[in-house]
Design a protein around this ligand. Structure first.
Ligand code: NDP
Length: 327
């Protein structure tokens, strides 16, 4: 496992990490979570991603219980959570980054995770109604109180992040230092387009999500919807829709053939492709089973096989023209 600096911070994250969205609580109980996390940790993963909204707080509870059982040295791993959607319907309790919500949010997350602090704390989405200054101050305070080590953004526009950094600099507050954007072979344009200039200039870190497009880029949906897979779950009809889209499937089929030619699985090729981007600090993987972790954690060995010629072939399969990416 390689470790990369999280942007210009002093902290280093394993280039492949593990998140708990959809899986923990819904597909994996505490026992399964212990096995999945242990397999990742044993492969060198040092970063575990979560959010208060995942399974309405229960994903944090499962991870907290798993960490308690695993008894790892606290210094040996990083945990994150994210706040925005909230757990309740109250007017000040959902879809907001107001000061009250952020502070109540972190307190709730720490309780569910059974931790004294999280390492990374994200604003899960931008809030168009709360002044950015209020959010920056609250995140600064949370760090000053020792409840989080670093804070960042998820799916904020480059302009919003630049504004948050400017507010922090104006008042000498802790700045946001990392973003959590979607990035995979099928959804790449924001990260390799809009964000590029910003990442170069500000040295922002990134913890990228859904590297397999919810499993579609593993090739598992080429022959239908396997029972128990994400596309078969209630509430994930949109995954099913994407997983059965014929144009997507024909691209996935061609990528699968290329992976075979390279002697790896399509999941490994898809993850390795994300790793090739130097602006990626860590690729957050997801796994509902231990075997998936074992397979996915070998992606680092596949990355050197993705030569410029292979990357060009991938772009051709996806119908991407060279000028469409800035980097
Ligand atoms: P992926 O796109 O990699 O999808 C993971 C899912 O794909 C697994 O749960 C599993 O689903 C399937 N899968 C994984 N590996 C394999 C394999 N080798 N073979 C076959 N199937 C496989 O990642 P996620 O969408 O789960 O996102 C990763 C993490 O990113 C999340 O856990 C979360 O921490 C973060 N995230 C952040 C977001 C944000 O807004 N900030 C949004 C979304 C995610 P199954 O077995 O059920 O089919």
């Amino acid at each position: 496992m390689e470790y990369r600096h999280l942007g210009r911070t002093g902290i280093r994250v394993s280039e492949l990490s593990l998140g708990s969205w959809v899986t923990f609580h819904t597909q994996a109980d505490v026992k399964a979570a212990v096995e999945i996390m242990a397999a990742a940790y044993d492969s060198g993963v040092n970063f575990f991603d979560n959010a208060e909204a995942y399974a309405n707080g229960r994903s944090e509870e499962v991870m907290g219980a798993a960490l308690k059982e695993l008894k790892w040295r606290r210094g040996s791993y990083l945990v994150s959570t994210k706040i925005y959607w909230g757990l309740h319907e109250g007017v000040n309790e959902k879809n907001t980054l107001n000061r009250k919500r952020l502070i109540e949010g972190i307190n709730g997350s720490l309780e569910r995770l059974q931790l004294d602090y999280v390492d990374l704390l994200f604003c899960h989405r931008p809030d168009k109604t709360t002044p950015i200054e209020e959010t920056v101050w609250a995140m600064h305070n949370i760090i000053e109180w020792g409840k989080a080590m670093y804070w960042g953004t998820s799916e904020w526009s480059a302009a919003e992040i630049v504004e948050a950094i400017a507010v922090a600099e104006r008042h000498h507050l802790h700045k946001p230092v990392m973003e959590q954007p979607v990035y995979n072979l099928l959804r790449r344009h924001r990260f390799s387009g809009e964000y590029v200039r910003f990442y170069k200039e500000y040295g922002y870190g990134s913890t990228t999500w859904s590297p397999l497009a919810s499993g579609i880029l593993s090739g598992k949906y080429l022959k239908g919807i396997p029972q128990g897979s994400r596309a078969s779950l209630e509430g994930f009809e949109w995954v099913k829709e994407n997983a059965t889209d014929t144009s997507t499937l024909s691209k996935v089929q061609a990528l699968d053939s290329l992976a075979r030619e390279l002697g790896c699985s399509l999941s490994q090729l898809s993850l390795a492709w994300c790793l090739k981007n130097p602006f990626v600090s860590t690729v957050i993987t997801g796994a509902s089973r231990v075997e998936q972790v074992h397979e996915n954690m070998k992606a680092g060995e596949v990355a050197p096989k993705l030569t410029p010629e292979i990357l060009e072939r991938i772009d051709k399969i996806l119908g991407i023209k060279p000028e469409e990416d800035d980097d």
